[in-house]
Structure formats: C-alpha cells, structure tokens
Design a protein around this ligand. Structure first.
Ligand code: MRU
Length: 341
C-alpha cells in the first residue's frame, strides 16, 4: 500500500512540540501541512475541517490538550474549549474524557499527557486494521462498492474505518469497483475519498450524490459501506448528511448496507438516534462552495452536516471486535463490554 502522509502527528518533545496536521481543505490539489501551536489553532483546525472524520478529530483534540498543558493554563479550560469545536462525532468527547481522566490521575504533566494522546492515536491505528480484517470478507470480488464522505486513510489509522475492509480485501487479491459519492456540500467524497483511493491504486469512479439511485438500479453496486460519527445504544447511526438516503435506497434495491466504526464511536448514553446532536453549519458552504456564488444572495439555507440512519436499515456494523448482526441493544452491549475487558 502507498504510504499516505500522516494526518495528525506530534512533532518534537512533550514540552516544546507542536501538532502537525495534513490540511485537508487543500486536497486534492495540494498536500499541505499546518502546525498547531495553541489550543485555538487546534480548535480552528477541527472546526474548519482541516482535520476531520470522527477518529481524527478525537486524536487531534487529545494532542490539543498537551498543547494546553504546555502553556501552563488550566487543562480544564483547554478541554472545555476543544469540546465546543464540533458536536456530533462522539470520538471527540471520548478522547477528551480520557485526557481529562489522565490529567486527574497524573496531574497536568506534558509528558504523561503526550503518552496518553499517542496511545489513543496508536489504538485507533490498530482498531482500523482490525476493522479491515473483520470486514474484508463482506467485500464482493468483481462487484461494485459504494461509499459516502470519507472514512479512509484521511481519518487517521492508515486504513481508516469504512475503507479498511476495501483496502484489506484489495490486499488479499479481491478486485472491485468503488463508487465514491461526491458528498455535497463540502465534497469529502470527491476531494478526499477519490484522491486517496487513487493514491492506493484502487479502481474508483466518482459520482454526484444524486446519481446513486441510478447506479444501484443499473445493478452496479453489491455493497454499501460508510463510517459513523456516533452510534446510539440501539444502533441508530449518525454519519455525513446523505447517508440515510443511501440506506433507504439500499433497502429498495436489496443491497447490503454496512457501517464500519470503532467502539469509541458508540455512545450508549443515547438510547436512540433522536438524542444525537446534529451539527448545523454555515449557509455559505451551500451557496458559495465552488469559489463563486451558486445561489441567489440572501436565500434561506438549511445545512445539517449529518443525518441519522435507523438501525433497521443497517445490515451489520463492523467493529474492531467483530461484526454486529443483528443490530440490537444486546448485541451492541456485548461488543462494547468486550472492548472494555
Ligand atoms: O464532516 P466530516 O468530514 O468530519 O464528516 C466525516 C464523516 O461523516 C465520516 O463518515 C465519519 O466521521 C466517519 S470517519 C471514520
């Protein structure tokens, strides 16, 4: 597999180092890095999607806490600030809770906090590889696979989550065509997924979001796989806006619809998807996303960044501890329990 640039990386020692991120807003035309020296830098990088995708947001925030400790200011303030960067991906809160617990146990020590952030980073890497191993058998040989947004190498962990089964299956010799949804309004599918699959030498075809139904109807898709930002206790799954529509289409066409996510993406405190906070983003992402206005000035815009797919539309959830099927509170609880022991 081609080596991808590191999405998030700590450069230097604990006391004087910085967080270096791959600035994903520059892709696919430029591979550019940005160093975060302050908690505000990290907050801005997450908020503006320079670093994005649920696991990567959590890892970047964890390193942001180390930066907070470097300044000698309150760790609590740094954590509270980072918590406000984006609301939907639970990995952000999961990682910050872990960093807070570490700070309570060992004090606001840059060295131990950096070790904890690096442990979160490395664990994510291993989780993604395991998701790939568990999900590879689901990938059709010589068939078509459709994915939405970006949940691959660019969310950290080398293989990512949704794309991990594809990378593993490809490494095992399977050959298939990947359809990448463009993913309006911020185009993570075309800017990021199409780019990284091409870097890795997979067969990728880009489609606009509104072409998915036709591509399914033509019999070109045998599997749909997406990532997740938060999964409730009953399996309802929040992911990039447009995911729910794909799940409905998958049901209509008899195509299996899979979610791939590490156990850090489950939020058992939410009994159903209705309780998952959905991020609302700036209207200009819809009206001015192509470098020029594409809507009349002053038009009202609704721009939810995520939607919730009901568990009943999901065929199975692939985690680092195996495949959850059927998707029920009990089967989910069993996997989470395994991850904690
Ligand atoms: O707004 P983004 O680009 O952060 O949204 C990302 C997604 O919706 C991904 O599918 C999700 O975070 C899973 S990444 C493993």
């Amino acid at each position: 597999m081609t080596r991808m640039p590191r999405v998030v990386e700590w450069i230097g020692d604990a006391e004087g180092g910085v967080l270096r991120i791959l600035d994903q807003t520059c892709l696919p035309t430029e591979v550019a890095f940005r160093d975060c020296h302050t908690v505000e830098d990290v907050w801005e990088a997450i908020r503006s999607l320079r670093v994005r995708g649920a696991p990567a947001i959590g890892i970047a925030a964890a390193y942001g806490v180390v930066i907070g400790a470097q300044s000698g200011a309150s760790i609590r303030d740094a954590i509270d600030s980072l918590r406000s960067s984006r609301p939907t991906a639970v990995n952000l809160f999961w990682a910050l809770d872990r960093m807070a617990a570490k700070a309570v146990r060992d004090g606001p020590n840059c060295g131990t906090l950096l070790a904890e952030a690096q442990a979160i980073d490395e664990e994510n890497h291993q989780m993604c590889l395991a998701i790939g191993r568990h999900g590879a058998s689901l990938v059709p040989d010589r068939g078509g696979v459709l994915t939405h947004c970006n949940a691959g190498s660019l969310i950290a962990g080398e293989y990512g989550t949704a794309l991990a089964p594809l990378y593993t299956a490809h490494a095992n010799g399977k050959r298939f065509q990947v359809f990448a949804d463009e993913t309006r309004p911020l185009l993570q599918g075309s800017r990021l997924t199409a780019w990284e699959l091409m870097q890795h030498g997979l067969d990728v075809t880009l489609i606009c979001d509104n072409m998915a139904a036709q591509v399914m109807r033509e019999g070109r898709v045998q599997m749909i796989v997406v990532g997740a930002d938060r999964i409730a206790a009953n399996g309802d799954t929040a992911n990039k806006i447009g995911t729910y529509g794909l799940a409905v289409l998958a049901r209509a066409h008899g195509i299996p619809f899979y979610v791939a996510a590490p156990t850090s993406t489950f939020d058992l405190s939410r009994s159903s998807g209705d309780q998952i906070p959905i991020e609302q983003r700036d209207s200009r992402e819809v009206t001015d996303g192509f470098g020029r206005p594409t809507a009349p000035a002053g038009v009202s815009v609704y721009n939810p960044a995520f939607d919730v797919t009901p568990a009943g539309l999901i065929t199975a959830i692939v985690t680092e501890h195996g495949i959850i099927q059927p998707i029920e509170p009990a089967t989910i609880g069993a996997v989470i329990h395994r991850s904690q022991n």
